[in-house]
Design a protein around this ligand. Structure first.
Ligand code: NI
Ligand code: MN
Length: 225
């Protein structure tokens, strides 16, 4: 599994049989090293309806025919724009021929009427990856640590920018609770003066808790699992 961070929350995940694109905020994302036209996903996965997550979804899906997986109500809105969608509800999962997706809660705004924001657990090529979306710290994150996910998460992407999501201190606690082997900070450094959390602060908070390995990816960098 190759995880390429594109800045903010946007992430490309390449498996043996599929290319996934999560929260493709590309146009207007000042740190993203690629153009929306350069991305060719099979599946686009959305955490919620805010513009800095839906981003270029409609244009990319229309051009590539990618399936958009998202909350059911968000999907209704996107289907009206001629996009192929596969909606899920919180707590649900779906097996595709390339792997499995589980939709888990995120506590945040929705950006589109009627849809609760989400995080996603992705089972791909025998590995488990969690993208937390935009969320606060919440104690049911512990369920990913061997309760609903066994044997647990291999790598987790956690927002650390603060103000709209967890900051470094809370995200370090989340890293403990999730029990992921590795954590990658996201949702920071994109809106200067707005998102105040830094990767350095996150690293030191995680270290103070003797937490998991922190993998800091610059936009455009890839981590291979
Ligand atoms: Ni948001
Ligand atoms: Mn956001």
């Amino acid at each position: 599994m190759k995880i390429r961070f594109l800045g903010h929350s946007a992430t490309e995940v390449e498996g043996e049989r599929v290319r996934l694109l999560i929260d493709p905020f590309i146009t207007g994302n000042g740190v993203c090293p690629v153009k929306a036209e350069e991305l060719n996903p099979d599946v686009i996965i959305l955490t919620h309806g805010h513009g800095d997550h839906v981003g270029d979804t409609v244009a990319i899906a229309q051009r590539t025919g990618a399936l958009v997986v998202c909350g059911y109500d968000t999907g209704e809105a996107l289907a009206a724009k001629g996009v192929k969608v596969h909606g899920l509800g919180l707590g649900g999962k779906w097996r595709f021929d390339w792997g499995m997706l589980r939709m888990v809660p995120a506590f945040h705004g929705s950006g589109m009427p009627g849809c609760h924001p989400a995080g996603w657990v992705i089972h791909l090529d025998g590995k488990r990856f969690y993208h937390a979306g935009d969320t606060c710290l919440y104690s049911d994150m512990k369920l990913l640590n061997g309760v609903i996910e066994q044997p647990g998460i291999d790598v987790a992407m956690l927002p650390i920018g603060d103000r709209f999501t967890m900051g470094p201190e809370e995200a370090a606690i989340a890293a403990q609770w999730i029990g992921a082997k590795r954590v990658i900070p996201i949702h920071y450094g994109t809106f200067p003066g707005v998102l105040t959390g830094t990767a350095e602060a996150f690293q030191s908070e995680v270290a103070a808790l003797s937490g998991p390995e922190v993998v800091v990816l610059k936009p455009g960098e890839t981590f291979e699992l």
